[in-house]
Design a binder for this molecule. Structure first.
Ligand SMILES: NC(=O)N[C@@H](CC(=O)O)C(=O)O
Ligand SMILES: [Zn+2]
Ligand SMILES: [Zn+2]
Length: 433
């Protein structure tokens, strides 16, 4: 593998510099970086571009095995690379579920074979996501896949006794349970939107905010009781944010993520019954969106995670109550977050890097990702153009699915080039293999 020399880039938006990568690792940084380069060095001119650590997604649905018509590990990880990600955590709600060491190793191997980014499997908490018997947590952790994060995402681990046992179990290896915080008893099987004035008018059953906040509070108590780590997936309400804030104040080992879509889209979009806006947890009112932005800025919410949830047309294009839940997220995440949080002045680029790279890598225990940009660190990087205006075009997506809610949105900030261990994996939305 030849050396890679990146010239004129601005790390985290600071002073420009050159950067030399050798054998997948940052070998030199600074105005003299080029002097050490070998003759066959590959050059990448990055004038005007910002260099960030490669993005890390704590919450991606890749659909393989089972629903390869919606996404595969290959297509989903290609979308990730196009979106600036160098690592994604693959959710366990596939068919069959990732609830054994073999299943986790298979997802890992599919990711390596695709080569677009690191694919780290998440194991389920319970067998077949049934909420009753614990899955093979220890075996998954000790397998080649080194599973660290466990989740029944798509469903809430609602039985407190099961959640307690899972937390006790993963404490031995400092594992973490990522919880889809939603009390099924407070929502019911037909819920499909935010419970409020609009759901009544639309004649749809809603989830109340308390279905989210009450599970977060309960899990914080269990985290304190067991000394284990809980990660709150896709927090979506102001009440949920308050529960996370309270949990952290009490010293519970609780972290939280927010999706890009919950940072910008609101429940009133549902008035046209377009299923592209159907997602779980649902889009919420503007007050909740504002609370999520504030919490992401002040660190109550640790990370952005996409909850990339591809669905085939024949599952999504139905009457609203019958359509599948979920939205694409990997290719638009950076632009959405940059536009709503950085362009608006609410956070700086270093904080964006913290929320989209450093923190998710730390939470997931990924040692090679989310590192500071310094000599000796693996060259997992992304170059972004912070002033480019991009209009989202679903037909250009690397995903097999097309269910993006951002079609036609114009956003400031775009991903230019993604670099995995010194190798360019994507440029301007196209993957390179
Ligand atoms: N987010 C969604 O609306 N759907 C997810 C499941 C989930 O994240 O709960 C999916 O698997 O499609
Ligand atoms: Zn979920
Ligand atoms: Zn999910």
């Amino acid at each position: 593998m030849s050396d890679l020399l990146i010239t004129g880039a601005s790390p985290l938006g600071g002073a420009t510099t050159d950067l030399l990568v050798r054998d997948g690792v940052i070998a030199a940084l600074g105005p003299d970086a080029a002097t050490d380069a070998r003759a066959d060095v590959e050059r990448l001119a990055a004038d005007g571009l910002v260099l960030l650590p490669g993005l890390v997604d704590l919450h991606t649905h890749l659909r393989e095995p089972g629903r390869e018509d919606a996404e595969t590990v290959r297509t989903g990880s290609a979308a990730a690379a196009a979106g600036g990600f160098t690592a994604v955590l693959a959710m366990a709600n596939t068919s069959p579920v990732t609830d054994t060491a073999e299943a986790a190793e298979r997802v890992l191997d599919l990711g390596v074979a695709a080569g677009h980014c690191d694919v780290q499997p998440i194991g389920s908490v319970t067998k077949s996501l049934e909420g009753a018997e614990l899955a093979e947590l220890g075996l998954m952790h000790r397998s080649r896949a080194r599973v660290h994060v466990f989740s029944d995402d798509g469903r809430c681990v609602h039985d407190a006794r099961v959640m307690r046992r899972a937390l006790e179990y993963v404490r031995a290896f400092d594992g973490v349970i990522s919880q889809h915080s939603q009390d099924p008893a407070l929502a019911g099987p037909s819920a499909c939107c935010h419970e409020g004035e609009l759901s009544g008018r639309l004649g749809l059953t809603g989830w109340p905010a308390v279905a989210e906040s009450s599970i977060i509070a309960r899990d914080a108590e269990l985290a304190l009781h067991t000394g284990s780590r809980v990660h709150v997936a896709h927090v979506s309400t102001a009440e949920g944010v308050e529960a996370v804030r309270w949990a952290k104040r009490r010293g519970a080992r609780v972290t939280a993520e927010v999706t890009p879509h919950h940072l910008v889209l609101t429940t009133d979009l549902l008035s046209g019954y377009d299923p592209v806006y159907k997602v779980n947890p649902p889009l919420r009112p503007a007050e909740d969106v504002e609370a999520l932005r504030a919490a992401l800025a002040d660190g109550t919410i640790d990370a952005v995670a996409t909850d990339h949830a591809p669905h085939a047309r024949h599952d999504k294009e139905h009457a609203f109550p019958d359509a599948a839940f979920g939205m694409l997220g990997l290719e638009t995440a950076f632009s959405v977050v940059h536009d709503v949080m950085v362009t608006s002045g609410r956070i700086d680029l270093a904080t964006l890097a913290e929320r989209m790279s450093h923190a998710p890598a730390r939470i997931a225990g990924l040692a090679d990702h989310g590192r500071a940009i310094e000599v000796g660190a693996p060259a997992n990087l992304v170059l972004v153009d912070t002033s480019a205006r991009v209009t989202v075009d679903p037909s250009a997506s690397q995903s097999l699915s097309r269910n993006t809610p951002f079609a036609g949105h114009t956003l400031t900030g775009s991903v230019r080039t993604t670099i995995l261990r010194g190798r360019v994996t994507a440029t301007d939305g196209e993957v390179i293999n």
